[in-house]
Ligand binder design. Structure first.
Ligand code: AKB
Length: 316
């Protein structure tokens, strides 16, 4: 069965790479990229593109009807660090956009929804090591609160209205094509850019701040896999824990130094340190591995090798 896909937030870090991947699988004519502005020309110029305001129901619905969309990937969100600066705006964007898409599915305009959750659903009272799927969840960031409550709504729409919504709790995502914006895990992308450009980096987290992370290719694979899985294999309709690697700024520095021995890091923790302190160090994703056979590929050294070789081409 052919799928007509809409990606909302296609100009962002994950949305942009997801757009290219979905076009390669389903064909350029079947994948519509959309965002609030023309902020990523690679995406705007690479195929079907529409301006869509995720907070405006009419704007989303018009695009869905225009292209006969059956599947929506809702990638627009305000992340953890920016969300602490603009709490009401984060709540509004993250919740309003989710309700619009869930309601379009409930009212049969679309058939299937992907919505990303995050490790930010966990908080300081959650067990930090190998955090289980089902555990204490008392997030202390607005972003984490929107993701936690969003998960409840996803499960509610599945149980009450049979909406086929699928979700992953992404860790920090590392990629070289598009920069992340406004997250606490962004340091793990910035550090590679600075390693190539300046051979030094001032980190906004402390050396021992361990967080769950993942290379973009693994994140995209997980997203495609969960959406392609048989509905009966998706046993969790809130959101699945998802993991690949966990490391500290010190670990990533060691990994970079294997290739750039003169690389130097210094530490100047800011308000994002409190956010990092509230999140797990590592995640138990055994349900994803069991239910729809999730498997990651990239280790920290694999990520470093790929990031540095791609960014060398970009900057040199
Ligand atoms: C953030 O740091 O806010 C995000 C996330 C872990 O969801 N990258």
């Amino acid at each position: 069965m052919s799928s007509k896909i809409l990606i909302i937030g296609a100009c962002g870090q994950i949305g942009s790479e997801l757009t290219f991947k979905l076009r390669s699988i389903y064909g350029d004519d079947n994948v519509v990229a959309s965002d609030i502005s023309y902020s990523n020309l690679d995406i705007v110029n690479s195929g079907l593109f529409e301006i869509v305001d995720a907070k405006d129901y009419a704007s989303v619905k018009t695009c869905v009807e225009k292209f006969n969309i059956d599947t929506v990937y809702l990638m627009a969100a305000m992340l953890s660090a920016t969300g602490e600066k603009y709490p009401m705006e984060a709540w509004d964007l993250n919740m309003t956009s989710l309700f619009h898409v869930l309601n379009l599915a409930k009212d049969n305009f679309i058939k299937k929804v992907f919505w990303p959750s995050s490790i930010a659903v966990f908080g300081p009272t959650t067990p930090k090591e190998y955090t289980p799927q089902y555990t204490i969840m008392e997030p202390t960031t607005v972003y984490g609160m929107t993701k936690q409550v969003g998960e409840r709504w996803c499960e509610y729409y599945f149980n009450k209205y049979q909406v086929d919504v699928r979700s992953l709790r992404y860790p920090g995502i590392i990629s070289w094509k598009t920069l992340p914006g406004g997250g606490t895990t962004d340091y793990a992308v910035e550090i590679y850019h600075e390693a190539i450009k300046n051979k030094s980096y001032e980190c906004f987290l402390k050396d021992e701040s361990e967080l769950p992370m993942m290379f973009m290719d693994d994140a995209i694979k997980a997203t495609v896999d969960i959406m392609q899985a048989k509905a009966e294999d998706i046993k969790i309709r809130s959101s699945y824990n998802l993991a690949a690697v966990s490391f500290t700024p010190e670990d990533i520095t060691e990994s970079i130094k294997k290739q750039i021995p003169e690389f130097e890091i210094s530490y100047k923790p800011d308000y994002r340190q409190d956010i990092a302190n509230s999140w797990p160090k590592s995640i138990n994703d055994s349900y994803a591995r069991q239910d729809w056979k999730w498997k990651h590929q990239f280790s920290l050294d694999d990520i470093t090798e790929e990031m540095l070789s791609q960014l060398r081409k970009k900057y040199n």
